[in-house]
Design a protein around this ligand. Structure first.
Ligand code: CUA
Length: 323
């Protein structure tokens, strides 16, 4: 199972999702259309150059005449045909930006020069990503240093991974197998070695893999422990001291800001609030939170965000018991 299937042609890897097949069809269609639009021009050019070459006795009377219908047709028909591809591609593009709500979320941290993946259950892996077949998987990605780009040739998706930002990509693989993953952004000396494998497993095999690699704590629970050790709980969880906004139920909702307006409490906002707390202060609170920029490891940050996220659906405020 650890053999990477190169597909029928190494430069055209197997397509293992509906999106990938769609991209292939689109590319083939676009190539066919370009050929159909360009070939007549070249064929006529060659033919006329031959037919009317100098020294040949042919009828050269009847100079240029305008044919408005013909001219309109050869502008309008290709325009409509090309527009069809625009609509098709735009739909595929939007699709890529709207992961299904029930997608399995896996965190990705890129660093020179490796890919770290963390599953919601706390399972961690490096340069290897195990995912279940037939289930939408959403990668929420950030970089610890420079700009990287996570590229899955057989899924036909690629997305930049940036420091201090959270970016996403999602897919739903429909074939089991092992395929390449690459960094597709030149990120330093060992950029070319920043590659790995995606292993698509049948749902039962994925469950077995999760069980075999069971972590002592889930991502959110690790975050909860950090929430105490970094001292966040002192202000955010202590109902006697109303110094900081409570975090229960905040994730995914609009938060009113002191500067007016609202911001949606997504991964980016929670992250920014830890690193740049004075940037978007919640209405009704004073800007007193110290910044944790440079004091908190990227991995810890991902876990803290996972914890805040888990509070969106928590029944109450209490910190879960952590060993
Ligand atoms: Cu990371 Cu190239």
């Amino acid at each position: 199972m650890d053999h990477i299937d190169p597909g029928w042609f190494a430069f055209w890897p197997a397509a293992i999702s509906r999106h990938a097949s769609d991209v292939d069809l689109m590319l083939a269609g676009l190539v066919a259309l370009c050929v159909a639009l360009t070939a007549p021009v070249f064929v006529l050019m060659v033919w006329f150059a031959h037919k009317y070459r100098s020294g040949v006795d042919v009828d050269r009377s009847g100079g240029p005449k305008r044919n408005l219908r013909l001219e309109t047709a050869w502008a309008a028909i290709p325009f409509v045909l090309v527009l069809f591809f625009y609509v098709w591609a735009a739909r595929a593009y939007w699709d890529l930006h709207e992961p299904p709500a029930d997608a399995l979320e896996i965190s990705v941290i890129a660093k020179q020069w490796m890919w770290k993946f963390q599953h919601p259950g706390g399972q961690r892996e490096i340069n290897e990503l195990h995912v279940p077949l037939g289930r939408a998987v959403k990668l929420s990605m950030t970089s610890q240093d420079v700009i990287h780009s996570l590229f899955f040739p057989s899924l036909r998706i690629k997305q930049d991974v940036l420091p201090e930002r959270v970016s996403y990509e999602w897919f739903e693989a429909d074939q089991p197998g092992v395929h390449h993953l690459f960094c597709a952004e030149f990120c330093g000396t060992s950029h070319s070695k920043m590659r790995g494998r995606i292993v698509v497993l049948e749902p039962e095999a994925y469950a077995d893999w999760l069980a075999a690699n069971e972590a002592d704590l889930t991502l959110a629970r690790r975050g909860a422990a950090l929430f105490r050790s970094y001292g966040c709980s002192g202000c955010h969880m202590n109902s006697d001291v109303v110094r900081a906004p409570p975090l229960y139920g905040v994730y995914g909702r609009p938060v009113p800001l002191a500067s007016g307006g609202f911001v949606t409490a997504d991964e980016q906002y929670v992250r920014d609030s830890i690193l740049m707390p004075l940037d978007k202060v919640v209405a009704g609170y004073r800007p007193i939170m110290p910044s944790f920029a440079g004091r908190i490891a990227e991995e810890d940050l991902v876990q803290l965000v996972a914890y805040v996220k888990s509070l969106a659906t928590a029944d109450d405020y209490r910190l879960p018991d952590t060993p």
